[in-house]
Design a protein around this ligand. Structure first.
Ligand SMILES: NC(=O)c1ccc[n+]([C@@H]2O[C@H](COP(=O)([O-])OP(=O)(O)OC[C@H]3O[C@@H](n4cnc5c(N)ncnc54)[C@H](OP(=O)(O)O)[C@@H]3O)[C@@H](O)[C@H]2O)c1
Length: 245
């Protein structure tokens, strides 16, 4: 993918999404993103002069599927095309299933899976008209291996991998590639409440001996957007320092 391309990244206000956006803007992509709240990172991009014309943000809750449709419409109206989509927004839920509230289950499924399906649906309609596009779904190793207390989150991410494979088959003939990245545990807000003991246990079990960094994942995002990945679709790539090997 060349510079000047328009990429939509969900949940770009912090963590992995922020790092992906930073990479894309520095490499002259045009970026559209949303999150519920405006962080300093978003504020600086919106109010500063560096990326003013190349950056678009809206405040929305991805569980409100109508607002996803409106967002895609607004991005298309503003830039006239959408070349890439990174389905990054997600949340975790660490709780044993028998004591998990119904609303919390629905929220995780509606965000981690439902919003990805709906956002991909709207964006793929634009990409189909262009006969070109790259979709990257941010999944998790929790969709591949079991971890106690993460059954709902794991279900949403395993479903995302299945979604990736079938969507790749649907869109491949139109030049649209669909892949997933499954990071291991990364040092972001999402894991900030994890106990020191659990972090130490994960590091002990990881051949490369540390937690993941958002930068570890951005390299793969960069590759999947590039021409070098032009014959790769329908795959899920694990980036976890070997934890699941
Ligand atoms: N961190 C890890 O260890 C890890 C490991 C494997 C996979 N992942 C996956 O990587 C992705 C990014 O995770 P992260 O660690 O960067 O998380 P994070 O630091 O918590 O950031 C999540 C981003 O998503 C946005 N978001 C959350 N709920 C939203 C909603 N309802 N509507 C709109 N935006 C929403 C957040 O903004 P607002 O809160 O302002 O809405 C934020 O921008 C997720 O899909 C996650 O499952 C993370």
């Amino acid at each position: 993918m060349n510079n000047g391309k328009v990429v939509l990244v969900s949940g770009g206000s912090r963590g992995l999404g922020k790092e992906i956006i930073q990479y894309l803007l520095e490499n002259e992509f045009i970026v559209a993103t949303f999150s519920r709240s405006e962080t300093d990172f978003i504020k600086v991009l919106r109010e500063g002069n560096d990326y003013k014309d190349n950056f678009y943000w809206e405040s929305l809750d991805a569980k409100d599927y109508n607002s996803l449709k409106a967002f895609v419409f607004n991005v298309y109206k503003k830039y006239g095309k959408i070349d890439g989509l990174v389905n990054n927004a997600g949340a975790t839920l660490e709780q044993l299933l028998p004591v998990t509230r119904e609303n919390d289950i629905n929220d995780i499924i509606n965000l981690n899976l439902g919003s990805v399906i709906h956002l991909s649906r709207h964006v793929s309609r634009v990409m189909l008209n262009q006969n070109d596009g790259v979709i990257i779904n941010i999944s998790s190793i929790v969709g591949v291996r079991g971890f106690k207390g993460t059954s709902v989150y794991g279900a949403s991410k395993a479903a995302l991998d299945g979604f990736t494979r079938s969507l790749a088959r649907e869109l491949g003939s139109k030049g649209i590639r669909v892949n997933a990245i499954s990071p291991g545990f990364m040092d972001t807000d999402m894991t900030k409440n994890m106990s020191a003991g659990k972090k130490a246990q994960i590091i002990r079990r990881t051949p490369l001996g540390r937690l993941g960094k958002v930068e570890d994942v951005v390299g793969l995002v960069r590759f999947l957007f590039s021409c070098e990945a032009g014959f790769i679709t329908g795959q899920s790539f694990i980036v976890d320092g070997g934890l699941t090997c």
